[in-house]
Design a protein. Structure first.
Length: 290
């Protein structure tokens, strides 16, 4: 018996004696439609993927279509500030006594600095330390060691014998020609240690900008020449990086105990020339090309 749409309806109306055949027919049709739909979906998906391959390379990241160039620049400036670092250290039996000794010396040094034209804003305390001082003291009689090894340590204990106070200060001298006299005067007025003399430029940003401008100009010229040699066109800058700028300061390193330095030994401007400070800039520029 041929199964047609009319027969299917007849089967349904007949009370189900051929319902099994009708159900199998419907199930077979449904599975066929599902398989066809799945195949069409996979085909469409494959076609979409195939189409996307046509655009590979159309939007390549800049790192793959770029050139990078470097440039360096230099700028020089005469220093207009002298920086001096010094410290005052004293010991005493008690902490208040040690602090007072240091404070008294700092009052004298500060008065000298103000007389030399140094403003309060140019004096900065960088460290203030108070440390107890101990000594090892024996508490028992000396016992000779017969064997000569594995001897017991002598009886004793750590005893507090006083305190040490140290105050460290940085000073900026704007009258740079007086830097040597100021340094010598600080030592004569009671500084325990003078750690250094550095000549710097107050407006460093302007000098750094000049060095950077020269570095960028050199990098741009390199990029133009390189693009011509490679037969490509520069589109735009994709990245810029400037290396750490290390100013080449002029240092006059001085380390001296105040007691060992007399007025005759004090440095003078003639013995501490300021010279010029050198500033450098190194840049890297990346260009997109096509």
């Amino acid at each position: 018996m041929e199964t047609t749409e009319e027969n299917i309806h007849s089967c349904n109306a007949a009370g189900g004696h051929c319902a099994g055949k009708c159900w199998k027919k419907k199930l077979g049709c449904g599975m066929l439609l599902l398989a066809v739909s799945g195949s069409l979906f996979l085909l469409a998906l494959f076609a979409g993927e195939l189409k996307s391959y046509q655009f590979i390379g159309r939007d390549v990241p800049g790192e793959q279509t770029s050139i990078s160039v470097t440039g360096d620049g230099e700028a020089y400036a005469f220093p207009d500030i002298a920086e001096i670092s010094f410290s005052v250290t004293n010991e005493a039996k008690t902490a208040p006594e040690a602090r007072k000794l240091v404070d008294d010396k700092m009052v004298i040094i500060k008065a000298f600095l103000k007389e030399s034209g140094v403003d309060d804003k140019d004096m900065k305390t960088t460290a203030y330390n108070l440390n107890p001082k101990y000594e090892w003291q024996k508490t028992g009689a000396y016992v000779p060691c017969v064997l000569g090894y594995n001897c017991p340590p002598p009886e004793g204990k750590q005893v507090l014998v006083g305190y040490e106070v140290t105050q460290s200060v940085d000073v900026r001298v704007r009258k740079i020609n007086d830097a040597g006299l100021v340094l010598g005067g600080i030592s004569d007025k009671g500084a325990s240690y003078v750690s250094g003399l550095t000549f710097t430029v107050d407006n460093e940003d302007k000098v750094k900008e000049a060095a950077r401008n020269e570095a960028i100009a050199k990098a741009k010229a390199k990029a133009k020449d390189l693009a011509t040699q490679l037969g490509v066109s520069i589109v735009r800058i994709t990245s810029f990086n400037e290396g750490t700028n290390y100013p080449m300061y002029n240092y006059a390193r001085v380390g001296m105990e105040s007691k060992a330095m007399s007025v005759d030994m004090a440095p003078t401007p003639a013995t501490i020339p300021a010279g010029e400070n050198k500033y450098t800039s190194n840049v890297t520029i990346t260009y997109e090309v096509r």
